[in-house]
Design a protein around this ligand. Structure first.
Ligand code: SF4
Length: 251
């Protein structure tokens, strides 16, 4: 259950975080994640995608730790993890290539799960799940609370009503669910959604995802803009395994 732990960690202002995350998903800028001493994503059985642009990381990661990234052009690679779920670059206390870590590691922000009201995964994600439970956003006003509630409602719909999506194309991995909920939560901000059948809501979510690049989120301070795509039409994210990290690749 969310928010059941005693420990609380400030996640920052919700709207400021949402603006930054949307910009990050559009590839406009990275997010600043207050990881502190947490190394959850380094010990949680994640496959880490590496892009050709990750030259500094690729130069330091042993070839034995890398495999070709399935379905992606040459130059893309994937780093696995050990039997203990630890990244090969993790030495027990921290990242041994931290200044040169892959962009995926820089982009990973587990507050997206807190925003969506879902866990990062099963027991292998225990460390991250504890962090997700501890995050606490601040809200500037009632509209910010409404936006957060809409994201959580959208994520719950995608997770629980996946059969309503045409071709059963809804993402099933937590990362895919959370990202799609962020990108399409305007559907649940509109009171008219209550009149829609599940199949119509699912189509509206997919359309909102396609419209993600247009300034449709005018109710969000800071506006909107970015690439267009659908998890059904173009993105491998819809089938991302629960152990693959790629917040930036889900567009
Ligand atoms: S490369 Fe470094 S930051 Fe990225 S998962 Fe591995 S240990 Fe963590």
């Amino acid at each position: 259950m969310l928010y059941a732990m005693d420990e609380e960690i400030h996640a920052g202002d919700f709207d400021a975080w949402l603006r930054g995350m949307i910009a990050s998903l559009r590839g406009d800028e990275g997010t600043e994640v207050p990881c502190g001493s947490c190394v959850g994503c380094c010990v949680s059985s994640y496959h880490i995608p590496l892009r050709p642009e990750d030259r500094a990381a690729l130069a330091r990661i042993p070839a034995s730790a890398l495999v070709d990234a399935p379905g992606l052009p040459a130059g893309h690679a994937m780093m696995g993890y050990g039997p203990d779920g630890h990244c090969p670059m993790f030495d027990g206390t921290g990242c041994t290539i931290y200044p040169h870590r892959p962009q995926t590691c820089r982009d990973y922000d587990c507050r997206i799960f807190a925003a969506a009201g879902i866990m990062a995964g099963g027991p292998e994600k225990r460390v991250i799940n504890e962090r997700v439970e501890a995050w606490r956003f601040r809200y500037a006003d009632a509209d910010a609370c409404r936006r957060h509630a809409a994201i959580r409602a959208t994520a719950a719909f995608i997770r629980d009503r996946w059969q309503a999506f045409p071709g059963l194309c809804a993402p099933t991995a937590p990362t895919g669910i959370a990202v799609l909920a962020l990108k399409s939560h305007q559907v649940f901000l509109d009171p008219a959604h209550e009149e829609l059948a599940d199949e119509e809501r699912a189509r509206a979510i997919l359309q909102a995802n396609r419209d993600f690049g247009r300034p449709v989120a005018d109710d969000l301070p800071g506006g909107a803009g970015g690439p267009q795509s659908s998890p059904c039409e173009t993105s491998p994210s819809a089938s991302l395994g629960s152990n693959q990290v790629d917040l930036g690749g889900i567009t």
